[in-house]
Design a protein around this ligand. Structure first.
Ligand code: ADP
Ligand code: ZN
Length: 210
């Protein structure tokens, strides 16, 4: 099964993608996490991506597609994968088709813009393994520390209010048109993001039937 998670920054698509991975064993592939790792490791892709990410823009398609192709070529992705944060514009969706990737279902996690900014301020991510937390909705067992690896869970540079607004704008301009793209193929299901992450989880599992 190949799934796509779509949603505004901070809507919780990454968290839901992780829940589905835990339940089904299908690997979740987050282009955002892979890009942040590339930036940390100062790879050529990371160096090319950094300025765009800092501005809240999309990283150029060829940079992200290169990273994605390498990842879905790995063994564990042979029986399907969950894409979290890819595609991010219509061109990337077309590239997926050109690669021969068949998408079964696209889940949009929908949260109204008014609620996005408040959610983002509480977001934390593990510097070491990329696991995500939220001070309110998904607190780490020990504040500031990752449950899984003990690394530091910190605020992302691009979760500052200025960058959040520009990422939201990018989402509406470039990514939201994907809703029509996939709805036209009968593949879109929308899940309303709830106050409690477990309620959203239940709705997500229902939508996928897992
Ligand atoms: P969020 O969904 O919270 O904005 P992500 O972790 O998915 O966060 O992405 C962080 C940043 O990485 C984005 O703002 C963008 O700059 C870059 N990025 C991630 N995925 C893609 C993609 N498919 N195409 C272009 N840029 C991407
Ligand atoms: Zn960790």
């Amino acid at each position: 099964m190949n799934l796509i998670f779509l949603g505004a920054p901070g809507a919780g698509k990454g968290t839901q993608a992780e829940f589905v991975r835990e339940k089904t064993g299908i690997p979740a592939i987050s282009t955002g996490n892979m890009l942040r790792e590339a930036v940390r490791n100062k790879t050529s892709a990371g160096l090319a991506a950094k300025e765009y990410m800092d501005r809240g823009d999309l990283v150029p398609d060829e940079v992200v597609v290169g990273i994605l192709k390498d990842r879905i070529g790995e063994d564990d992705a042979g029986n399907g994968f969950i894409l979290d944060g890819f595609p991010r514009n219509v061109r990337q969706a077309e590239i997926l088709e050109e690669m021969g990737v068949d998408i079964d279902l696209v889940i949009e996690i929908h949260v109204p813009d008014e609620k996005i900014c408040a959610r983002m301020s509480g977001r934390r991510v593990c510097e070491k393994c990329g696991s995500s937390y939220h001070t309110e909705y998904k607190p780490a067992k020990i504040e500031g520390k990752c449950d899984l690896c003990g690394g530091d869970a910190v605020q992302r540079d691009d979760d500052k209010p200025e960058t959040v607004l520009s990422r939201l704008k990018t989402y509406h301009e470039k990514t939201a048109p994907l809703k029509d793209f996939y709805a036209g193929k009968g593949k879109l299901k929308t899940v309303e993001g709830q106050e409690l992450v477990d309620d959203t989880k239940r709705l997500t599992f229902e939508a996928i039937g897992c």
